[in-house]
Design a binder for this molecule. Structure first.
Ligand SMILES: [Mn+2]
Length: 507
């Protein structure tokens, strides 16, 4: 759904979720300003038992004169508005965290797990760090210039900022792009940041920490907090990690119609982002970084699946299960059993490459952004950036590149050569801040030599610390392949099931 699709409506109501947070207010406000600029009759409202009292939200609303109205539950809606369009922002019409008003035409813009699937007008992207990010993309798509004159930029930035624990739990490169690009008032963000917690919430944090539960075997803690601002969860989890015996933790509280989670890890054997995804699998969404991550569990989906247990028990069990189900392989000292493996050869699939100096002058500092994260490089005479079949990027040197690759005449086509990726890598000039798609400069090559491996499908979960990266592991799930190069039995790694089928063939 595009914002422009909804322009035929003359009366548009935008509803934030009950107990609004910065993200729902910001996304609602930005949508409001868009339709206002198109001369629509627009209202921005919220309902629920409580009116907004939080100091940071009051400050945000007052600074930009955000026209957010409180509408009590049961208030009759005038006909023009009822027959017009009703948009819920950062929530889903019909879900438990948004008070019901009768509306004839409904649209949903949200980043939570899909709960309401019978509304044809919707943009719901669960992997996004904030609804503000989605709205930002929709405004750009609509050709709406986002400035900070009316505070739209600052509001959207703050929406993302608060929904991702001060940007520390970002899970999507699209979120990172917005954080980099959107014009915002950094001084005001700083003031908002220091108006974050009330004395009451300070007490909530203290009480929550007193009631931790600790698992002796694996060194993890689970903490339930009373309902509080999600940022306080991050505060508690950051604090817990400093305890000598706590290696990983999850802190959660009821939030809207579900549970908000903050996940931390200080050991390399546990990737917090992956743990957050595991804890919320099938009932929500989670992700972030290696050390810090966050997530959300839908209460409805939780009840449907685990009716008899409390979320605390569920999370403790799930943490335990996570630890129990992995075998950790340190490739450098692992004796791999090749008896049970078959021999495969890598197909010669075309991949992309870019000569860095063709893009920018030598010496330019650049950041290459892909689904896997950011990589800082400097343009050098012989720097080559490779674009693999999964849309992953990695640096190479011209000489080494020539030895093992054959350039082709063919033009590079991302959709054709990348088997599975939703984010086209970008390159940013760190001197000017300018951003471009890396694919604009890409050429095509195929690998020269034959790479032979032994491989077998996994029947269990493994974490492989490869010989070339001892800090971060590769995750293997049942069905994925454990592989090792025939000419180096310590060069062990994991290949995803789908990628394996497309890129290897049996000898
Ligand atoms: Mn949100």
């Amino acid at each position: 759904m595009r914002l422009a699709d909804l322009l035929p409506f003359k009366y548009i109501t935008i509803q934030c979720h009950d107990n609004p947070d910065a993200d729902t207010i910001a996304s609602g406000y930005a949508i409001y300003m868009y339709y206002k600029s198109k001369d629509k009759n627009v209202r921005l409202i919220y309902s629920g038992p409580n009116e907004i009292t939080k100091a940071n939200l009051r400050l945000l609303i007052e600074t930009f004169k955000i026209p957010l109205e409180y509408v009590e539950k049961g208030t009759p809606i005038e006909d023009d508005w009822k027959k017009g369009l009703w948009i819920t922002a950062d929530c889903q019409y019909g879900a438990g965290n948004v008070t019901h008003f009768d509306a004839d035409n409904v649209a949903i813009i949200d980043h939570h797990q899909i709960e309401i699937d019978d509304m044809p007008l919707n943009t719901i992207i669960p992997g996004m760090g904030s609804c503000s990010t989605i709205v930002y993309g929709m405004l750009k798509e609509a050709g709406f210039e986002i400035t900070d004159d009316a505070g739209i930029g600052t509001a959207l930035y703050y929406g993302l900022y608060t929904d991702t624990n001060q940007l520390s739990e970002l899970s999507n490169p699209v979120d990172r792009d917005m954080a980099d690009e959107v014009p915002h008032d950094a001084a005001l963000i700083n003031t908002l940041k220091n108006t974050n917690i009330s004395l009451n919430e300070l007490e909530i944090a203290g009480v929550a920490m007193l009631r931790y539960s600790f698992n002796e075997d694996y060194g993890f803690a689970v903490v339930k907090s009373q309902p509080c601002d999600p940022n306080i969860l991050g505060l508690i989890s950051d604090f817990l990690l400093q305890v000598d015996r706590i290696k990983t933790c999850v802190v959660f509280c009821q939030n809207g119609d579900g549970y908000k989670l903050s996940v931390r890890s200080c050991v390399k054997e546990v990737n917090a982002s992956e743990l957050a995804a595991f804890l919320t699998e099938g009932i929500g969404s989670g992700g972030g970084h290696y050390e810090k991550a966050g997530g959300f569990i839908s209460e409805k989906l939780f009840r449907d699946n685990f009716d008899a247990i409390s979320p605390e028990i569920y999370l403790s069990n799930r943490m335990q299960k996570y630890y129990e189900m992995f075998e950790v392989i340190y490739a450098a000292d692992y004796d791999i059993d090749i008896e049970i493996m078959e021999t495969y050869v890598k197909k010669k699939l075309p991949i992309g490459y870019v000569k860095a100096k063709d893009m920018l002058p030598i010496g330019t500092p650049i950041t290459v952004r892909s689904l896997e994260g950011d990589m800082d490089l400097t343009v050098e005479k012989d720097l080559i950036i490779m674009i693999g079949v999964k849309g992953e990027v990695y640096p190479n040197k011209l000489e080494k590149f020539k030895k093992s690759n054959q350039p082709l005449e063919e033009a590079y086509d991302y959709d054709k050569f990348v088997l599975e990726s939703s984010y086209i890598p970008t390159i940013k000039n760190r001197l000017t801040g300018q951003n471009e798609l890396i694919t604009r400069y890409a050429s095509v090559c195929v690998p020269k030599g034959e790479v032979k491996i032994f491989a077998c499908p996994l029947d269990r979960y493994v974490k492989v610390f490869t010989a070339w990266d001892k800090e971060k592991y590769m995750l293997g799930k049942p069905g994925d392949y454990l592989a090792v190069r025939c000419d180096d039995l310590h060069d062990i790694y994991v290949i995803e099931k789908k990628i394996f089928g497309m890129t290897y063939e049996e000898v």
